[in-house]
Design a protein around this ligand. Structure first.
Ligand code: PEP
Ligand code: MN
Length: 338
């Protein structure tokens, strides 16, 4: 850590900072310039409490020189991590498109969804059995019955399933149904107890970006999961909330190259919750793949206008199929496959 002292900081104040650094078990190097003194803390800076240093008299500011996240950082793990989802690689050269409805509704709807997802060429299927809804009076998801419907429909077409875990008390049930990928939704990105629990198992986890989270907060949330021993983490950018009202959220495409630089873990994009309208989904999907995303999480419903949740943003089966064709073209240009 580098600590910059205020202009005119006294010797006693400089000595006070050096003393505090040593108390934390690190060494200090004092560099006196003509106007300012800069102190370098040498050693494992994670042991230092930055707030305590900043509060010392005479300190103007301080900055970390190593990242506060370690397991997820590319700094310590140069190669891309490829996550194996029942034999399907995510994070390698092949891009994975995860398709399916917003929520699990009926056996017929799930059976048709699985069929169309498979026909479109997707290798994984999404669907929510537990839904985080803004209003307590709207459909909350089919719950455990939904997991059962989802498992049966997806198994018929040999599709691994991706579904959201909202409550840690449901984790054992998720394991019983052998959910292949656990999704942590935007509203739970900083539910640290939930993150710690999914860190103790070895199922792949899709960690959606909090709708107002910074990249650094998001990386730290992934570190919570990784610190428990589960390194099978997939980042999912799903749009952030801004002042704009023309679309549901703003898809932060910039997050893709930035995350690819910062972490070795796969990064996918959810264009559906970003745009909030089906007609925006193809354009956002193309941008995501061109920017280097390792996959997409796309909502598709056999009959979008009858969807119980997020009807406006669901592609119909034909739209998903033609999107897959377009994305294959983009993938080929950047030397990847779908
Ligand atoms: C979802 O994928 O169904 C969902 C609720 O997404 P988000 O957490 O991004 O809103
Ligand atoms: Mn949805």
């Amino acid at each position: 850590m580098i600590i910059v002292m205020e202009n005119g900081a006294t010797d006693a104040q400089i000595e006070g900072v050096v003393h505090k650094i040593k108390e934390f078990g690190l060494d200090a190097n004092v560099s006196r310039g003509t106007e300012r003194t800069v102190i370098g803390a040498i050693g494992d800076e994670r042991k230092l409490d930055q707030e305590m240093i900043d509060a010392l008299p005479g300190v103007e500011n301080s900055m970390h020189i190593v990242k506060p996240y370690k397991i997820v950082a590319r700094e310590w793990h140069k190669q891309n991590t490829v996550i194996d989802i029942r034999g399907i690689p995510l994070g390698g050269n092949q891009i994975q498109i995860i398709g399916g409805p917003c929520s699990v509704e009926t056996p017929e709807q799930m059976e048709a969804s699985a069929m169309y997802v498979k026909q479109a060429g997707c290798r994984l299927m999404r669907g929510g059995a537990f839904k985080p809804r803004t209003s307590p009076y709207t459909f909350q998801g089919k719950g455990v019955e939904g997991l059962d419907l989802f498992r049966k429909a997806a198994d018929k077409y040999d599709l691994p399933i991706v579904t959201e875990l909202m409550d840690v008390r449901m984790l054992d049930t998720f394991l019983e149904y052998d959910v292949d990928v656990i999704q942590i939704g935007t509203r739970n990105m900083q539910n640290f107890d939930l993150l710690k629990e999914v860190g103790r198992i070895n199922k792949p986890v899709i960690l959606k970006r909090g709708m107002s989270a910074t990249i650094s907060e998001w990386l730290m949330s992934a570190e919570y999961i990784a610190a428990g021993g589960n390194h099978n983490i997939i980042f999912c950018e799903r749009g952030i909330r801004t002042y704009e009202t023309y679309y549901r959220n703003v898809l932060d495409v910039t997050a893709v190259p930035v995350l690819k630089k910062e972490t070795h873990l796969p990064v996918i994009i959810d264009p559906s919750h970003a745009g909030g309208k089906a007609w925006m989904v193809p354009a956002l999907s193309r941008a995501a793949i061109a920017a280097g995303a390792d996959g997409l999480l796309v909502e598709m419903h056999p009959k979008p206008c009858e969807a119980w949740c997020d009807a406006d943003q669901a592609l119909n089966p034909d739209e998903l199929k033609s999107l897959m064709g377009e994305l294959k073209g983009i993938a080929a240009v950047i030397g990847r496959s779908i």
